[in-house]
Design a binder for this molecule. Structure first.
Ligand SMILES: NC(=O)c1ccc[n+]([C@@H]2O[C@H](COP(=O)([O-])OP(=O)(O)OC[C@H]3O[C@@H](n4cnc5c(N)ncnc54)[C@H](OP(=O)(O)O)[C@@H]3O)[C@@H](O)[C@H]2O)c1
Length: 154
């Protein structure tokens, strides 16, 4: 099943200057719990914005740079969007679309489950999420101490 996982704030900001605009350890723990032992698909900008190795996960990174050398040994580089799409669609287990916006837009038509975290923060950044959830059905909502997570199904 293809999942999409993303955190937004009250302005629907997801990024600013190629980094995460907010720091919420509880949501990061939620991201880890959801994605652990699964494949994470991300754009090169998002991959480079993550300061640590995402261990116990395989990372599939999309870039147009043919000579791109990832920093970690758990990364597979894709240069061709259709090859990555074929790999995602034929993958036989849960797989997570982890952003950023370019990658969310590319894969949203194939996503079955959306995990949307709402962070209590008002910063107005330069990358804002499309209203993907308007095309899905809300099936669950969990209030954590510092954020709220909605689960949508197509
Ligand atoms: N809040 C959240 O949950 C969350 C999650 C993830 C990311 N983010 C934030 O989102 C922002 C990044 O989003 P973004 O949309 O700017 O970047 P992105 O989707 O992470 O990566 C974009 C890059 O992917 C590659 N790419 C995209 N389409 C391609 C194609 N068809 N063929 C080959 N390569 C392709 C290109 O890499 P090259 O330039 O190397 O060719 C492109 O520059 C950051 O601020 C990040 O922190 C937030």
């Amino acid at each position: 099943m293809i999942h999409m996982i993303v955190a937004i704030n009250s302005t629907r900001t997801i990024g600013h200057h190629d980094t995460m605009p907010f720091h919420n350890p509880e949501d990061l723990a939620h991201f880890k719990a959801k994605t652990l032992n699964h494949v994470c698909v991300m754009g090169r900008v998002t991959y480079e914005s993550i300061p640590v190795k995402l261990s116990n996960r395989m990372i599939w990174v999309l870039t147009s740079q043919l000579d791109y050398e990832p920093k970690h040994d758990n990364v597979i580089v894709f240069n061709d969007e259709s090859q990555l799409l074929d790999a995602v669609l034929s993958y036989q287990s849960d797989i997570f679309i982890c952003g950023g916006l370019q990658i969310y837009r590319l894969f949203f038509p194939y996503v079955s489950v959306l995990w949307l975290s709402h962070i209590a923060d008002e910063f107005d950044g330069d990358v804002k999420l499309d209203r993907f959830e308007d095309h899905m059905t809300l099936v669950n909502s969990v209030q954590y101490n510092t954020f709220m997570c909605e689960e949508y199904h197509r």
